[in-house]
Design a protein around this ligand. Sequence first.
Ligand code: GLA
Length: 394
Amino acid sequence: MTGSARTRLLDDLSARFLREFGGPAPRVFFAPGRINLVGAHLDYNGGDVLPMAVDQGVFVAARLSPRPQLRLRSLDQELAVDVEVAQVGNRTQPAFGWAGYPLGVWHSFRDKCALAAGVDLVFGGNLPMASGLSSSAAIEVATALALDALHDTRLDRQTLALLAHRAETGFVGLRCGIMDQFASALGKAGHVLLLHCAGPRWEHVPFDPLACEVLVMDTRRPRHLARTGFNERVAQCATVHELLRTHVRDLPHLALYTLADVEAAKGAIDELLFRRARHVVTEMVRLASGVAALRRHDYQALGQALNDSHSSTAGDYQVSCAELDVITDAARACDGVFGARLTGAGFGGCAIALLRPGAGATVPLQVAAVFQRRFGVAPVFDLLRAGTGPIELR
Ligand code: GLA
């Protein structure tokens, strides 16, 4: 995003806030979206993931209010939500729409800290919504940071990430792992996050923007089945983990088994569950080789880990779709592309490609031509950088 586009966005945010709620100027907070380089669907299986907070995300203008009410607005969503503090409940409702995410964070916060009356919030941002770049986690983490600052509760970043995660699993009802909220809350410019989800423990690994760039390719295909398909995968993994515990050995997480373990249980599990487990255990191996490649700045080998991850995510895990397969194949066929895969949960939305610097001038044109011939739709491209974690803007 250019400096002037960002200034315009911030001006719009403040203007809307003052128009809606009047009074003194709000404070403004930012939290980033993320891509995941490799480690698909490993977080809820106790595995490792390699996400990168990006330099785009969600901004929120926020101010405490003396009235016992939460008032939520968005520059990008028509729905405006006003809800009495006493009416928030333990679960989101259809009437809350997009506001279920920030309301869920407020709910987790209220459980942890004694909150003052109400709050007024206006959201805006520059991430494509619901496309696999974690706009929901960015909304949650931005809200968590805003509530923390407004109430002066001084929680650390891990706690903010956990509150945001609880909003998603408890209040919104998506059985996701911790990757998205941790990636947003712990982002560090010029680095990716190696997150061991079972701890959780993490470290930041440098990512050299002069050696490799990240191209996001938005297929603009809505993420059909994202919620039901996602929760179904989580349930399948829990079932196959139980079978492995009974038939092979007792380990606390599915991601800790080996391919030999999964093959040893082949007679006891059906074909579909076998494939889900095979994706998880082999993705851990791809993750390890991707991390090793990143540490030695071998972006060609990292790209190969992305390609292999996509094949397994599409084949054994079955969360890809024709649009994601075509766009990643088209990218791989271009000069200067190290590798490509879908990002996020899959089922539509965005893919990423790792590029040799400079290739960003030609790759989008070539990929767009192939994609448009096949689907009659123009994908949207963006070169992203590894951005900072959540911050208050001054
Ligand atoms: C979604 C979830 C994450 C993770 C990814 C798949 O983004 O929110 O927790 O499971 O899918 O890797």
